[in-house]
Design a protein around this ligand. Structure first.
Ligand code: CA
Length: 199
């Protein structure tokens, strides 16, 4: 795990190497512009992230977004963390292994000032928004693949909105979100840093 992470950190500047080791071959994201802290701050949150599922066969995130315009979806069991690397097992908190889209929403608590570094691993497509800003997208069908390092500079600590669009077409599925807090280690974003409004 740490080997792949460190390889991906280096490989994002070398796109050929990045392809060989399965990192997203996209440009390293520049330090982010200001993201918007949620205002007012949410007061009572349930832990983890809310999710709605949209069953269907998608070739990319755009296809999922189109489906969401005319399907209501099904409310799923909340996700404690984004740490799913399940091979050919069930997708997130569903009981199905393929052909599934997910709209994951809630809040993320960035409680320290300074630079947060995120990494996403996905299979298949994913789009990550934090504080109303698109941080990363790897929208098409692919095997397990890391994002480059994604930087979010926090000047105003607190809860920020987070939204992850994700789909799994077939075979194995993975959705992971790591962060490195200012002066911290690269770890899965922990449950206590996620919240959602219970419906
Ligand atoms: Ca897959």
């Amino acid at each position: 795990m740490s080997f792949i992470l460190s390889i991906c950190k280096v490989a994002t500047t070398l796109s050929v190497v990045a392809m060989l080791v399965g990192c997203a071959s996209v440009e390293v994201t520049k330090p982010s512009a200001e993201i918007a802290r949620t205002s007012p701050q949410p007061s009572t949150l349930a832990s983890g992230l809310a999710v709605r599922y949209y069953g269907g066969q998608y070739a990319n995130i755009r296809g999922l977004v189109e489906m969401m315009e005319y399907q209501k979806g099904v409310q799923g069991i909340p996700l404690p963390m984004l740490n799913y690397k399940v091979g050919e097992g069930t997708v997130l908190t569903t009981t199905t292994t393929d052909l599934m889209g997910a709209d994951i929403t809630g809040y993320i608590n960035m409680s320290k000032k300074g630079r947060y570094t995120f990494l996403v691993q996905s299979n298949d497509g994913v789009r990550l928004n934090i504080g109303g800003k698109q941080i990363f997208e790897d929208p098409d069908i692919h095997g397990d693949r890391f994002s480059p390092e994604l930087y979010v500079d926090v000047t105003d600590p607190g809860w920020y909105s987070i939204r992850v669009l994700y789909f799994e077409k077939s075979n194995s599925s993975t959705l992971e979100l790591y962060w490195q807090e200012p002066e911290g280690d690269m770890v899965f974003v922990p449950t206590e840093a996620f919240g959602h409004i219970k419906k």
